[in-house]
Design a protein around this ligand. Structure first.
Ligand code: NAD
Length: 807
């Protein structure tokens, strides 16, 4: 079979999901055409046009940059079906009605290209039944592709095959969804609601049932079932409000309609909870209706009280003792909760027990193996651990016995016993379902290894589950060249590496990967090592963020003892590190993911290339703590302006400086890799990577290909600055902002200093300067500010509360 290439995708249905899926395709640079029904009035593409416009306003933003909405092709089924012929993948995301979907399939079938994959985003309809309407020729190329809302941010995509889906087609689609869209694929069986929603919604219903049993209030439950429990911070009821209670009701109805006592022994607990029924009746559908389980009135969050049908004061927190119990090691935690005196503790044990019980009873039917269940819960429901992982961590057989005791005592939601494999055979012997050989398949009664598709070779360190001990750990993998508390310098190259080849990896180890003087020293050492014997270097961390900035806390002791001169020395060191990276004899590639703020941003922009995960947040945010970027950030802005000006016919630098100046003075952060490109922190020549686990692979290859292309460090040259006239112009507009009350006096002062640095100080426009000269200005401004009481107030505020102080 020839290589499957996705040159163009059609998305059918411009509703909540279809429009956002189209937006995500634009984010990852896949041409897309979005279809919907022809509008009854006005232009025929009216429905799609409205949906595309809506994307620009939606929060969180489905688009990397809002203007890219224009890249979504617009079409309708009356005029444009011919366009389907060019599409390699057709994703159907129309309303959840079997008859409507089948009608549409009949309509499009004649236009589907002979190689194209057709996939439905249905949340719960049978994929096999949907496939039956298709011609025989399309059936092997049809499957389910279940995205989660919001599709840009939710990692999970479930792929569901039918008995007639060709295995190669599913593998091809998995490769595209993983590498091309950056998603985590779970293969689900064609059972009602598939894996994540089946386990997740059953879990929510079970939670609501236990809330009734234990008589707890929503706010306490949300406090208990959010972050403290290792789940999405919105807890149970606020999550339901965010999802929409009508959508919840829809998914619950799918469970109710498609299952019964025989197919699901927990069926009796799937009744729509009384409170949900009442809220639906009242039209209080959650966040979109501004009222649901909760209602915000002014600054207060009220909660719904079923008895009075009124909103009453909320905000109650759980008893602190349970917060402490939830921090204990897993085995102790579960035992403490189960034996606790209070209702809140026993409630927590009950919902965890229910989740273990449910997952074990259904494993054989809903998924190929336990890995798919745990990954689905991590990626689809934002849990830190899936049910099997937690159970395994807490001690497999001990927990199994506790669950069975509760079942026997009639405390569980179903009398169904735990399956035999829980107590006897390989799982019991291995102490859990995830092992070095693979994860337990209850249907095949053996451990199944991860799928070995070529796409996964791009993931050096795939996100692993507890118990998957055969997968490498980024903290110990490869060969360590140097390691201390601040940094690990290492390589993935084998012992057979020819001298002068291969790549050195520098992984920062500090909290939030903050850049302390030790980190700076370690980075310099990594460059030394790379130059000596390798062809390139990559700055990469196995976990987020890339770096939250310079480590102010680490600088404080020196400041206390030796005052500002100590800080000036540390800043100079940091600047030297940045220049060392920029002018290294080998290409240094920054692999950015998550936050790259302040010093983190400066590290990225001084690298030869950036390989950036889509979901990266990059910016010079020093103003927030009353400082200016002091490790080359402003020098970078001045240099970039001069470089860009050099490509134009005019001589004036200032117009090219405005964007960079504003970004630094307003502490703007690019909220996606694409937006950071607009701010000038990511360049056209950089690479944006959709999947976080492919970052290292791409970065290493980028470093190697730069080296093989004959990498030379950039020439060290002088460049022109905007000078005193530039400063005057910028300060003129700053005065207006201050006098208009848009910025504080201290903001005005800092922005003025930024203007002075990026314009090169008190010199004529067009004066040629060096990076070192600008860095000296930058350092002086930084040090002047650090002695300023208002800046000190901002720094102390940030260090103590983590929030910016406005003064
Ligand atoms: P929606 O109601 O927002 O949009 C449905 C779209 O289908 C509308 O644009 C409508 O014009 C179009 N449509 C309606 N009737 C049609 C017909 N007869 N023929 C062709 N088009 C028609 O729905 P949604 O929430 O985007 O859901 C779409 C699909 O995605 C459903 O199958 C749903 O189960 C699934 N899904 C939804 C979510 C979610 O959170 N909303 C999550 C995952 C999957």
């Amino acid at each position: 079979m020839s290589r499957f290439q996705v040159k163009k995708v059609a998305v059918l249905g411009a509703g909540v999901m279809g429009a956002q899926i189209a937006a995500h395709l634009v984010n990852v640079k896949v041409p897309v055409v979005l279809f919907d029904l022809p509008a009854k009035e006005g232009p025929k593409n009216g429905i799609v046009t409205k949906a595309v416009e809506g994307l620009k306003k939606l929060k969180p933003s489905p688009l990397g940059v809002a203007d890219d909405a224009a890249l979504i092709g617009q079409a309708n089924y009356e005029e444009h079906l011919e366009q389907l012929r060019d599409c390699d993948l057709i994703i159907e995301a129309i309303a959840e009605r079997m008859d409507w979907k089948l009608d549409l399939y009949k309509k499009i079938a004649p236009f589907v290209a002979p190689h194209a994959i057709v996939a439905s985003n249905t949340s719960g309809l049978s994929i096999t039944k949907l496939s039956e309407a298709l011609p025989e020729s399309i059936k092997p190329r049809f499957c389910g592709i279940h995205f989660f809302n919001p599709p840009r941010y939710m990692v999970l995509v479930e792929l569901i095959n039918t008995p007639t889906t060709s295995p190669e087609v599913l593998d091809q689609l998995e490769a595209f969804v993983t590498s091309g869209l950056g998603k985590g694929v779970v293969r689900a069986h064609d059972t009602p609601n598939f894996v994540a929603n089946r386990v997740g919604i059953a879990g929510m219903l079970a939670t609501m049932k236990e809330v009734e049993n234990f008589g707890l209030s929503f706010d306490v439950v949300d406090d208990l079932t959010g972050k403290k429990l290792g789940r999405a911070s919105s807890g149970t009821f606020r999550t339901a409000d965010v999802v929409g209670l009508d959508t919840m009701a829809h998914v619950i109805k799918t469970l109710q309609d498609n299952l019964d006592e025989n197919s699901d022994p927990f069926y009796a607990s799937f009744g729509t909870p009384a409170v949900l029924k009442k809220l639906l009746e009242l039209g209080n559908l959650g966040q979109k209706a501004k009222a649901g389980f909760y209602k915000k009135v002014g600054r207060d969050v009220l909660r719904f009280d079923l008895e009075s049908e009124e909103y009453v004061p909320g905000g109650q927190k759980a008893d602190e003792v349970y917060g402490r119990m939830l921090k204990k090691p897993a085995a102790e935690r579960l035992r403490l909760l189960r034996n606790s005196e209070g209702a809140q503790g026993r409630f927590l044990w009950a919902i965890l027990r229910n989740s273990f019980h449910y997952a074990a009873v259904h494993l054989a039917t809903i998924a190929d193996n336990a890995r798919d269940v745990d990954q689905a819960m991590r990626w689809g429901f934002g849990m830190k651990q899936g049910p099997f992982e937690l159970w395994q961590e807490a001690g497999w057989l001990d927990v199994a016995k506790m669950i069975q005791e509760d079942i026997d005592a009639g405390k569980a939601l179903s009398k169904a016993p735990l399956p035999e494999w829980v107590f006897k055979g390989p799982v019991a012997e291995a102490g859990g379902v995830h092992t070095a050989q693979g994860s337990w398949s209850a249907s095949a009664q053996k451990f199944i290894a991860r799928r070995a598709l070529p796409v996964y070779e791009r993931q050096h360190f795939p996100e692993k589950l507890l118990g998957e001990t055969s997968l490498p750990e980024f903290t110990t993998a490869g060969t360590t060249l140097h390691e201390d508390d601040a940094i690990r310098v290492w390589t993935l190259e084998g012992a057979d590496r020819a001298p002068g080849t291969g790549v050195v990896i520098a992984s920062i180890k500090t909290k939030m990967h903050a850049i302390s003087p030790d980190v700076a020293e370690g980075l310099t050492l990594a460059v030394d090592l790379a130059e000596k014997d390798y062809e390139g270097m990559v700055i990469w961390s196995g976990d987020e963020p890339f770096s939250a900035g310079a480590d102010l806390q680490a600088m404080l002791p020196a400041f206390m003892v030796a005052g500002v001169s100590a800080i000036e020395g540390a800043e100079a060191e940091l600047q030297n590190t940045m220049l060392r990276i920029r002018y290294a004899n080998v290409p240094v590639v920054a692999a950015v993911r998550g936050l790259a703020l302040g010093g983190g941003c400066e590290l990225a922009v001084h690298s030869a290339r950036r390989v950036v995960h889509m979901e990266s947040y990059i910016g010079l945010v020093e103003v927030g703590v009353g400082l200016v970027p002091g490790a080359g950030g402003l020098t970078y802005i001045a240099r970039r302006a001069a470089e860009n000006a050099a490509t134009s016919t005019g001589k004036d630098i200032l117009p090219f400086l405005t964007e960079g100046f504003t970004a630094a003075a307003m502490a703007k952060v690019g909220t996606s890799a694409i937006e950071s490109r607009k701010l000038g922190y990511v360049l056209e020549s950089d690479v944006i990577v959709p999947h976080k686990d492919e970052l290292l692979y791409v970065a290493i290859n980028e470093a190697k290909s730069l080296a093989k292309g004959g990498w030379r460090a950039p020439a060290k040259r002088l460049f022109p600055v905007a000078g005193r006239s530039g400063i005057a112009t910028i300060k003129g507009s700053l005065v207006n902002m201050r006098d208009g009350g848009f910025i504080s006096q201290h903001d005005f002062h800092i922005a003025g200093l930024i203007a002075e640095v990026v314009c090169g100080g008190d010199v004529d426009a067009g004066t040629l300067v060096s990076e070192e000269y600008l860095m000296t200005l930058e350092r002086k401004a930084f040090c002047a500010l650090i002695e300023h009481p208002k800046t000190q107030e901002r720094i102390l505020g940030m260090l103590s509360t983590g929030k910016p102080v406005r003064n």
